[in-house]
Design a binder for this molecule. Structure first.
Ligand code: ASP
Length: 332
């Protein structure tokens, strides 16, 4: 952006003799916005983990799910829509896809129930909304957004959150809507571990330079009833700050809460002038060194993207207005 601005200044100064000063001033004030407008982008994760022993068909399904979400979110940005709309609609696509551990595909608790968490943040004024342990809300990310836009609170849990969803007229489903044979069998089989991943998250920057980030999850398989991970915790699983960066995290939530991962990454960019990759690497490496698995997606105000993880794989995708696009699960 700085280079573009310098270029712009040179062009305008060259044109100076043909223009009056007033026109010149207006052009100088308006054109940076036009340059910013060309800088929209969307980045998605569909969980960090092993993705081993997965049939090809399932891998293909995950890639297609990422692509659907990417198309939906990107079309909103391209049409001049807000980053919040792009984040919510892209996450809804993933919540409705049972291959991801969010919404329809949520994993089971140790008592074989599903408790869903989600959060969203808008980078302009640090507005945020979050919900935890909901059991009958079809799209928890819509509820998180409703909390952000329409209540004076930031976070609701379980029955209180479900009441807000009902009052808001959001889609309420029977808990059986989330039933999934495979996930239930996983929970029974790995009764002693809690290692299932597949959380989803999206970060976007729109034509106005607003950054939004959102995360949605069923949590970790075999979690204790009532356990809440990092995904609905603003600062841990989700963070957005205009002119700095947006982050959505995935991984072993307890560590992500204790190290305030999403906010920490933006702080490294803000206070230590790290770039997105350096900031993400520092935090993910710190997590690795203490045995915490996971990853993050990071998007800065210039559209730079980091997709960093310390697990063998992380389902991830991005698309930007420069025409760059990627959809990937494994490292190479
Ligand atoms: N971070 C989520 C949690 O701890 C799980 C995940 O991302 O896989 O609830």
């Amino acid at each position: 952006m700085t280079t573009q601005k310098n270029l712009l200044l040179i062009i305008l100064l060259t044109m100076k003799k043909y223009l009056n000063n007033f026109l010149l001033l207006n052009l100088f004030l308006l054109l940076p916005q036009a340059l910013q407008a060309s800088n929209y982008a969307l980045v998605i994760h569909g969980g960090a983990g092993w993705f081993s022993d997965m049939p090809d068909e399932q891998i293909k399904g995950i890639e297609e799910g990422l692509e659907d979400a990417l198309k939906t979110g990107y079309a909103i940005l391209e049409a001049g829509g807000s980053s919040t709309d792009a984040v919510v609609e892209a996450i809804v696509i993933l919540e409705d896809n049972e291959l991801f551990n969010a919404g329809k595909g949520a994993v089971y608790t140790s008592e074989f129930k599903q408790e869903l968490d989600a959060s969203i943040m808008h980078g302009l004024n640090n507005d945020a909304g979050a919900v935890a342990s909901v059991t009958n809300v079809k799209n928890p990310i819509r509820l998180a957004r409703y909390v952000m836009d329409n209540t004076e609170h930031v976070m609701f849990s379980s029955r209180g959150a479900e009441r807000v969803a009902k009052d808001a007229g959001l889609d309420i489903v029977y808990p059986s809507y989330f039933f999934q044979k495979d996930r239930l069998e996983d929970a029974k089989r790995i009764k002693k571990e809690n290692n299932k991943m597949g959380t989803v998250g999206v970060v976007a920057i729109d034509m106005e330079g607003n950054i939004s980030a959102g995360t949605s999850t069923g949590g970790m398989t075999n979690k204790m009833p009532g356990r809440i991970g990092d995904s609905p915790i603003i600062g841990a699983g989700t963070w957005a700050e205009n002119n700095i960066c947006g982050v959505s995290a995935t991984g072993h939530g307890e560590f992500f809460i204790r190290f305030n991962v999403a906010n920490e990454i933006c702080d490294l960019i803000k206070y230590q002038s790290k770039n997105v990759n350096e900031a993400a690497e520092i935090v993910i490496e710190k997590l690795r060194s203490i045995g915490a698995d996971g990853g993050v997606i990071v998007l800065d105000s210039e559209g730079n993207v980091a997709m960093t993880f310390n697990t063998p794989a992380m389902a991830r995708a991005y698309k930007n207005s420069k025409g760059e696009q990627l959809i990937k699960i494994y490292r190479d």
